[in-house]
Design a protein around this ligand. Structure first.
Ligand code: F0G
Length: 401
């Protein structure tokens, strides 16, 4: 069994309360289990990776709403590793989930919880991937979905998914932070279930990224996990999950959690750099990596604890560095990711050059979303196809043969 607990004042709430933040102090909530009663061991965890393999540490009783999420591949990135003087650099490609991003891990749990709580509709604000995922899982569960997107700033593939899966799509004239503020109020006032990462159940699903990384390496956790940070839910979730595995004696340490933000929207990286206790929100976040174009991350308090508690760090990368890393992954490794995801690898390259990351470290970069999510950026940054006549001669000329 489990309860919700405020990370600030320790207030506790039962699993059947529909609540997103502490009723007493407004702090963020965590799902806390009675770890002495959790039946989970290395021996019992044989077999293929998937979110529901770790059900003993997931807050769900009924049959889950699932599209078979998780079990994403880990790729050894030899060519990039060699170029930066590392032998043990890897990518976990979360773009290989059912809707093309890691959000599916959170939604399989979050939408299942929505049904358990008897909620009749669900909603989120999103830079794109959360909306695509919620639209698909809502469809699977037969629950109406409303999504609020920052107008003109969501990658095409993501909007297409939300539309096709039948969500009500509202384009808000404002940024993600505005949309999130609105959807939070809308959900509370209208009894709609909120499935942004302020919802602690969503993070429970996402912590399975950490479980799968540890499982993949035979429970020898890597030295470092690097991931792009936007609303700061994912870095928080992975840290929490690995902490739980350590509590249960399944792993013996926690990797250095390393968050990478785009230079134009980097409140967490700036707080880490300055040593400040909290963040200063960025009023006008900007980056080509629209997925992480977020100025006021709701999970900031948890994320700063995760980074500091694991001896990790956070840094920024420029849009140019993000696009260069996206290209490098695609061309040198055959791995297609969207720009935000490439921030993790851009961060690896930057921190390795600065000597922050050692040559012998085992590092896993989480690439959070698939290349096909954002075709417009690809078209802007790659050579265009050459149109030729349908003759051998034209092909010969085009090839310079
Ligand atoms: N990478 C991708 C591809 C994302 O879509 C997101 C977040 C992140 C990284 C950052 O994760 O918020 O947990 O720190 N996308 C959200 C969305 C905000 O609405 O799809 P985070």
């Amino acid at each position: 069994m489990y309860r919700l607990e405020c990370i600030q004042c320790g207030a506790q709430y039962g699993p059947d309360e529909v609540i997103y933040t502490c009723g007493r102090c407004g702090g963020l909530l965590d799902v806390v289990y009675d770890y002495s009663r959790v039946r989970l061991s290395r021996k019992g965890l044989k077999g293929p990776l998937s979110v529901w393999k770790y059900r003993a540490l997931l807050p769900v009783r009924r049959e889950p709403v699932t599209l078979k999420e998780g079990g994403t591949p880990v790729y050894h990135i030899r060519a990039i590793g060699e170029a930066i003087g590392m032998k043990d650099a890897h990518v976990k490609h979360e773009g290989m989930n059912p809707t093309g991003s890691f959000k599916d891990r959170g939604m399989t749990v979050g939408v299942t919880r929505a049904l358990e709580l008897g909620m009749k509709s669900v909603a989120c604000a999103s830079t794109g991937n959360t909306s695509a995922s919620l639209a698909a899982y809502g469809a699977r569960a037969g629950v109406p979905v409303i999504v609020l997107l920052p107008a003109g700033k969501v990658a095409l593939g993501k909007v297409a998914q939300a539309m096709m899966h039948g969500a009500k799509v509202l384009s808000v004239r404002g940024n993600f932070d505005d949309a999130l503020r609105l959807v939070r109020e809308m959900c509370l006032e209208n009894g709609i279930y909120l499935l942004n990462s302020i919802n602690p159940y969503r993070l429970e699903g996402q912590k399975t990224i950490g479980f799968e990384i540890a499982d993949h390496f035979g429970w020898e956790v890597p030295d470092r996990i690097i991931l792009p940070v936007g609303n700061a839910g994912n870095i928080t979730a992975i840290y929490k999950g690995l902490h739980e595995l350590k509590t249960l004696g399944i792993v013996d340490r926690i990797p250095m959690m390393t968050g990478i933000q785009a230079e134009g929207s980097a409140p967490i990286a700036k707080a880490i750099r300055s040593g400040a206790e909290g963040i200063v929100p960025e009023a006008h976040p900007e980056t080509v990596a629209t997925a992480i174009r977020i100025g006021d991350p709701v999970n900031a308090v948890k994320a700063l604890r995760a980074i500091r508690g694991s001896g990790g760090t956070a840094d920024t990368v420029t849009d140019a560095e993000i696009l260069a890393a996206q290209k490098l992954l695609a061309v040198k490794e055959g791995i297609g990711v969207e720009p935000a995801s490439a921030a993790s690898v851009a961060g690896l390259i930057k921190l390795r050059a600065a000597g922050v990351i050692g040559r012998d470290e085992r590092v896993v970069c989480v690439t959070t979303g698939h290349l096909l999510k954002d075709p417009e950026t690809v078209v802007r940054t790659c050579d265009q196809p050459l149109e030729v006549d349908a003759t051998k001669e034209a092909i010969r000329r085009a090839m310079g043969w």
